[in-house]
Each structure stands twice: as structure tokens, then as C-alpha cells.
Design a protein around this ligand. Structure first.
Ligand code: PLP
Length: 425
């Protein structure tokens, strides 16, 4: 009997590239699937389910409250909407029209990235602060308090900080940002979407004073692909939840979630800006189960198991032509997931064109293979074990060996890479 994916004609890929959204994110454990299955077969009150989620997230992360979103990107939009609207039902109804409310979100210039769109989606305008001297190598300056101070005015609504961005210089700026924004009574949102593992990071940013933090559920947490966490201060999480919930309710019978402070509301809000980020009961149950498993996991043992697998893969590649494999081990405070660094090119010198050709060859196989391409421009490809099913390890080695044996003369390698001149999405 053929599988459902087989019937659809969609090949299952060997994913050594990490929990990439375009490759479907994480692989879920059977326990997580079971939690989703149970939720899928039941009717529940979504407000009660998110209230329970908030209690579990708070207990596991040390935050005052939390909610399950449809992803970290949705979490950024909801977090911004919470900063802009608070408990004001009229502002909730107005978003993304921010003509009548403070709507400027500050961001470190070095933190700007394509998820800025999620912040702008709520109606906010992003205002850059600081310089990029360390980034460009032009100087030694990091962010200083006066640079934030001078950007704050009556239109400022908060700060968006991207954890892990800009190297040590960028990350070290969070305490400075928190100190200045707290002094002005303004919230700090941290995008920590991909900052896991280690599990300690689930607590870290709240401990450092962030008001709201977002994490992706479909990356290292191992939850449903279309899920994420938004956690932090109770009132802000409550506002975010209210702007996401279905509000087709009768004011006379509305039973709001625990997090919703009805004393602060002037009435019953309408569907908010987050209504399109509907999160299913299945995602909520699945992500909570995944979060519990992630927190309970023995991280040392997990890293050791990944390392053993990568060593075996490296051994399997021994002697392959034009390839050099080096194990990148985990270390405390640094790399949390080991990787295998594959330098593609003759004589151990990375050749970007050869690495790109190898990727195309691997992706054109019957069972397509994906390696991490972050360092392709150095001629380096990475084997990331986090979303690589153990039963695919041997096939990965065989595919790599076959592609390398076919070599640079192969039909795929000869063609130029990149997009065709006129490509359709
Ligand atoms: C992946 C990522 C996101 C988006 O996460 P989703 O859960 O896919 O929405 C946002 N910000 C950063 C920095 C990310 O790496």
C-alpha cells in the first residue's frame, strides 16, 4: 500500500540542512503527534486551552504568561500589536491604521532583517538606532544609552531586539536597551525564534528584562511546523491573545480567557489584527507537549548522540574525492548543535562553484538531499543533524559519495546555477 505522500507524488527529502521552514521545519516525536491527535478528535474551548497553555508556558519558562501562536513571525506581529494597543479596544479595531496612537518601534540598525515585515504588518514604523561600526569593521563602537534616549519621543511604542544578531556586540546590547526602555516605561520585544537549544534560553531573555519574547515552535522545539511561543508580561500577552482570538461572541455570554483583564477593557473587542494567525487546538496541544519534552531533555546526551552520528557520517565520507569533513563540536556558551563541515573543492580549498554544483546534484536525486548552505560562498556545506532522521544517515552518505564520484563533469554540475531568467514562484 502506498503512503499518502507517495500518492500525492511528493518526494520525502533527506534533510541535513536544519529545521528550515521551506523544508517543513522539525520532525515531530510520536508523543507530540499523539497530543495533536487527541486534540484533533475533541471539541475544546480555545480560551480555556490557551489559558492552560499560558500556565504551562509560565511554569516551564519563568515568564508571567504565554500563548501559542502560529509561528514566531506571527508572534512578532502580535507582540507589536500588544505594544501598540494594550487593552484599548478602539486601537485594536484600528490596527494596522496607527494614525491615532504611538507606533514607532525602535530597532538596532544591525538587527534589521526580513522578519521586520512582521513588525510593520501590525502598523508600526521601524526606527533604526545605533551604528554598524563593528559590523562593517569601521570602528569599535557598540550601542550607547544616549543613542536610544535620543530616538525616544511621544510616538515611540517599544523596541524590537533580535537575539543572536550582530555577534557578541549585538547580543550584549540587550541590558542597555532594557535599562533605557524601562526608564521610559516602554516595552522590549525579543525575537529569539531560532535561539534554541539550549533550553536555558527559554528563560534567559525574560530574566534579562524583556517584556515579550517569541520563539519558533517548528524549529528546535520540535513542535508543529505552524506554531510558536509568545511569552512575557501578563498584560501584554493578554492583549496579544485577545487580538488573535475569534471574537464572534455575544457580549452577554462571552467567557474570556484568564489572561484577559476585562476590568481594563471598555467593551468587547472585535476580531483583531491577529485573527488571520489562527492557531489550531492541534498546534497548541502539540507545541505544549514538545515544550515539555524539550525542557526535560538531557542536552548533553542529545548532543553526544548527534556527535556520534556525525562521526559515523564523516567516517563514511572518508576518501571521497574533493571533500574534506571536519566535525564542529558543541561547547558551553557556544555551538549547541554539532555539525559536520564539508569543504568542497580540490586540495581542501573551498570552491563555491563546486559546492553549489554539489547542492544541485544532491537536490536532483530521486531522494533529494539538502545540506546547510549558510557558508556556500566559502565553498563550505554543513551537515546539521537536528532534522535529519537517523534512518537517513546511511542514504545521506551514499548520496554524497555518488554525487562526488559523478564529479564536476556531471550533467547537473555543468549547468550554471541560480534562478532561471524568468522564474515563476
Ligand atoms: C525562523 C525565524 C523567524 C520566523 O519563525 P516562524 O516560526 O517560522 O514564523 C523569525 N525570526 C527569526 C530570527 C527566525 O530565525
Amino acid at each position: 500500500m502506498s503512503s499518502f505522500l507517495d500518492r500525492l507524488g511528493v518526494p520525502r527529502r533527506i534533510n541535513a540542512a536544519g529545521t528550515l521552514t521551506r523544508l517543513g521545519g522539525a520532525l515531530m516525536a510520536p508523543e507530540v503527534l499523539e497530543a495533536m491527535r487527541e486534540a484533533a478528535a475533541s471539541s475544546v474551548d480555545m480560551a480555556e486551552l490557551q489559558s492552560a497553555a499560558s500556565r504551562r508556558i509560565a511554569a516551564l519558562t519563568g515568564a508571567e504568561a504565554g500563548l501559542v501562536t502560529s509561528g514566531a513571525s506571527a508572534g512578532l506581529t502580535l507582540a507589536t500589536a500588544a505594544c501598540l494597543a494594550g487593552w484599548d479596544a478602539a486601537r485594536m479595531a484600528a490596527l494596522p491604521d496607527t494614525a491615532r496612537m504611538p507606533a514607532r518601534m525602535l530597532m538596532l540598525r544591525t538587527h534589521r532583517n526580513s522578519y521586520d515585515h512582521a513588525v510593520r504588518l501590525a502598523g508600526a514604523q521601524i526606527v533604526d538606532v545605533g551604528h554598524n561600526d563593528r559590523g562593517t569593521g569601521a570602528g569599535v563602537r557598540g550601542l550607547e544609552p544616549w543613542e536610544i534616549e535620543s530616538a525616544i519621543d511621544a510616538q515611540t511604542a517599544g523596541f524590537v531586539f533580535v537575539a543572536g544578531a550582530g555577534g557578541a556586540a549585538g547580543t550584549g546590547a540587550l541590558p542597555v536597551v532594557v535599562e533605557v526602555m524601562q526608564r521610559h516605561g516602554l516595552p522590549v520585544v525579543v525575537d529569539a525564534a531560532a535561539q534554541l537549544p539550549p533550553a536555558a534560553h527559554l528563560r534567559r531573555f525574560v530574566e534579562q528584562g524583556a517584556d515579550l519574547v517569541v520563539f519558533s515552535g517548528g524549529k528546535a522545539l520540535g513542535g508543529p511546523q505552524a506554531s510558536g511561543l509568545l511569552l512575557g508580561r501578563r498584560a501584554l500577552v493578554g492583549s496579544a491573545l485577545l487580538q488573535m482570538m475569534d471574537m464572534d461572541v455575544h457580549p452577554a455570554t462571552w467567557a474570556p480567557a484568564e489572561l484577559v483583564d476585562t476590568a481594563c477593557l471598555r467593551g468587547t473587542p472585535l476580531h483583531g489584527i491577529g485573527r488571520g494567525f489562527k492557531v489550531g487546538k492541534e498546534e497548541i496541544a502539540g507545541l505544549l507537549c514538545a515544550l515539555e519534552r524539550f525542557v526535560a531533555c538531557d542536552e548533553t546526551a542529545r548532543a553526544e548522540a548527534w556527535t556520534q552520528r556525525l562521526r559515523a557520517i564523516a567516517a563514511g565520507l572518508d576518501g571521497a574525492p574533493r571533500l574534506q569533513a571536519v566535525l564542529l563540536e558543541t561547547r558551553p556558551g557556544g555551538r549547541a548543535v554539532p555539525a559536520l563541515e564539508l569543504t568542497v573543492g580540490a586540495g581542501g580549498r573551498g570552491d563555491p562553484a563546486a559546492a553549489a554544483a554539489l547542492c544541485r546534484q544532491l537536490q536532483a536525486q530521486d531522494r533529494p538531499v539538502h545540506l546547510a548552505e549558510d557558508r556556500l560562498d566559502e565553498g563550505v556545506l554543513l551537515v546539521n543533524p537536528i532534522a535529519l532522521a537517523p534512518q537517513d544517515d546511511a542514504a545521506l552518505v551514499a548520496s554524497l559519495r555518488a554525487a562526488l564520484a559523478q564529479g564536476a563533469e556531471g550533467p547537473e554540475a555543468a549547468s550554471a546555477g541560480g534562478l532561471p531568467a524568468a522564474s515563476s514562484p
